[in-house]
Write a protein that binds this ligand. Structure first.
Ligand SMILES: [Zn+2]
Length: 116
């Protein structure tokens, strides 16, 4: 068995406890700290992507308002369509929001933008 702390990786003697994953409490704490740093980094990346996507929708909203958009107009933008921070039903439409701007897909596949 090898210590799970990424910068340690020492062989753990198994005679004390066969299931141990760290040399000691310190290695355990240090690995925990590394993981929370990683989580923080991932969170920062996600927030950046939300802000970026929101600003794309903001620009289009400021330009076109709520008139239905041909989806081809948005094709050039690298929009992560899986990204959503909230849902809201507006005028019978299921609107997906990213930050303060949202969109719904109309029957003809056109996209209508909304502002919270
Ligand atoms: Zn260790």
């Amino acid at each position: 068995m090898v210590c799970n702390y990424r910068f340690c990786k020492q062989i753990i003697s198994t005679y004390k406890n066969g299931n141990r994953r760290y040399c000691d409490q310190e290695c355990y704490e240090l690995e925990k700290r590394e993981r929370s740093k990683e989580n923080y980094g991932a969170l920062k990346e996600l927030l950046k992507e939300i802000k970026c996507t929101e600003s794309i929708f903001r620009n289009f909203y400021n330009h076109y308002g709520d008139q239905p958009l041909n989806p081809n107009i948005l094709k050039a933008e690298k929009i992560n369509w899986a990204l959503v921070t909230s849902f809201k039903e507006i005028e019978g439409q299921n609107v997906r929001f990213v930050g303060s701007y949202g969109y719904s897909r109309l029957e003809n596949n056109y996209i209508k933008l909304y502002k919270l």
